[in-house]
Each structure stands twice: as C-alpha cells, then as structure tokens.
Design a protein around this ligand. Sequence first.
Ligand code: ZN
Ligand code: ZN
Length: 360
Amino acid sequence: MGEPRVIECRLPAKSSGARRRRMHTGCRMALSRGLRCCQRVLSWVPVLIIALVVLWSYYAYVWELCLVTVTYPLEKVIYLIIFHAVFLIFIWTYWKAVFTPPKQPSKKFLLSYAEKERYDNEESPDAQKQILAEFARKLPVYTRTGSGAVRFCDRCQVVKPDRCHHCSVCGMCILKMDHHCPWVNNCIGYSNYKFFLLFLAYSMLYCLYIASTVFKYFLLYWTDELSNGRAKFHVLFLLFVSLMFFISLMFLFGYHCWLVGMNRTTLEAFAVPVFQSGPDKNGFNLGVQRNITQVFGKHWRLWFIPVFTSLGDGFSFPMRTVSESQNPLLSREDHWDEEASDEENPASYESSDITIQIDK
Ligand SMILES: [Zn+2]
Ligand SMILES: [Zn+2]
C-alpha cells in the first residue's frame, strides 16, 4: 500500500514541474512576441514624425501663407499650383520608399534539406566551405568572404548573391542591400534604391521651394510690415524647418549621388567587396554613365518618376574587371529580362560554363 502512495506523490510533483516549465516557456514566448510587437510599432515612430511634419508644412503653407498672408490673387494661384505639384511627387516617392518591400534571394540560393544536413554534420570548416563552393558552382555568385569562402547566411540558410547582405532589423537577406533606413522604416536595396534617391531629391525640392517662396514674407514679418500673430509664427517656422531639412538632406543626397556614380552601396563603401581574386572597391564600377543606368534604367524620361526601372534582376551584376567576352552578364546586358525569367530555372546557370578571370 506504501508504493502506490509514493507514486501518487511523485506524479503530481513531476507534472507540476513540467507544467511550470511549460508555463515558463509559454511566458517567455509571449514576452518575446510582445517585445517584437512593441518593436514593430515603435519602428513606425520616425515615419509618423515625418508624416506629422509634412502635414503641418502643408497646413502652414497652404492656409497660413497662401490663403491668409499672400494678398495678390495671381501670386496665390501660382504658389498653390507649383506647391501641389511638388507636394504630390514628394509624397509619391516617400510612399514608394516606405512601402516597396525589399527583394530577397530566390529559392535557388537556398540549401536543399540534404545539402543543409551535409553542411551541418560536417565539423571541419574547410569541408563546409567545400560544400558551399560545390553548391555555388551552379549560381551566378562571384563575391566571397574575406577568407575566400562562398558567402552564406546562417540565419536565412541561403548562399548570399553578390551584393546581398543580411539585415538584422528586418531579419532577412536583402538583395543589393544599401542600408536600413529608420526614416522610411524599410530596408533600402535593389528593389527600392531608385525610390529612395528620388525621395531625397524631391524632399530637397519641396524644402527649397517652400524656403524660397516663404523668404519674402519672412523679411516682411521681420520688418513688421505684416502683423498677424499666428501666421507669423507658422511662416517663421516654415523657413527654419525647410532650411534645416534641406541642408541635412543635401549632404545625404550628395553622398548617394557619389555612390551611384561609383556603383557602390553604402555597405560596400565601408566594406570593400571581395571577389575570387581578392578585394576590389571598383569591382562593379562600369563608368559613371553605365552606373547611373544600372539604378535609373535606360530611358532618361523615366529617371524622375518613381516607377521601377533599375536594370538586372538583383541577383547578379555586371563587373568592370571581367572582360566582356568572358562575362556573360556584360555581353548579354540586353537580355536582362530574359535572365530575370530564368530565375525559376536554375538549370540555365548550370548549363552555362562561366569562367571568370579578373584583370589586374
Ligand atoms: Zn540572411
Ligand atoms: Zn532592414
């Protein structure tokens, strides 16, 4: 009779321990889910700040300046027409920069289950390197790590395409990653770099237009030739805020213009890409004109409109140091669209025997 009692005593103790552990794990998961949720909500705060500043600038310019302060009807109309044209294109580019999702590597860069198992079971780093090298042979991947290995993302389990990097904020690999921008709460990469540049350019134009038209009324208020308390406050702030944003954006835009001219991403400006023959900071530099068309496309009329016109597929990029006869990406640049459609068919890369030789 004693034994069953012992069993009776142990069972509840065991099950309560397991229950406690389950509860503990459950609490931890709920907490981390809650934290992730908070992080996601907080990441929209900078976008909200920009939206509020833009809304205020709209009210201050349209109502307080044009409708309350400006007295000549023709001046009013001209100011309002130009302002709305600039405002609309500025909002359009901001929308595209915020809501265009960054592009990720396709499935062909993902290790298969068997390859992953082989990779994980291998303890020697050299053997792991070899497995990745074998896998990458069928892919258009020419950049390497500092030690010469194929670039692999442990978190996404993908072989990183050239110029692709893992973003710790987004938690995924981003094609031609430039940087993660908190002001648009998005990763800037291959799919939205043009939109980001246009957003910077049109923000500057918006600020410059406001500053230049407000300046005259700023002087009139300053010399006490106009006296409206509330409008005065808005006009003064319009000038200061637009000038402040214009000057800060000017440096950022200037830096990105230089990057586009050199065909470098912000990340590549800080960490030189390594090719099979070694590091080369100008590895993707094709000359200013071709570098610009890589981002903005071949038709200059579409350069200024926020529609996607960048060349290529985001997975592979023409390289300056590889002679055209040897690099199919350069000699077949006119067939980018065809290559993009080959994405679903990895065999197309297997069949082309690519030999890359870097001219030093
Ligand atoms: Zn990754
Ligand atoms: Zn990101």
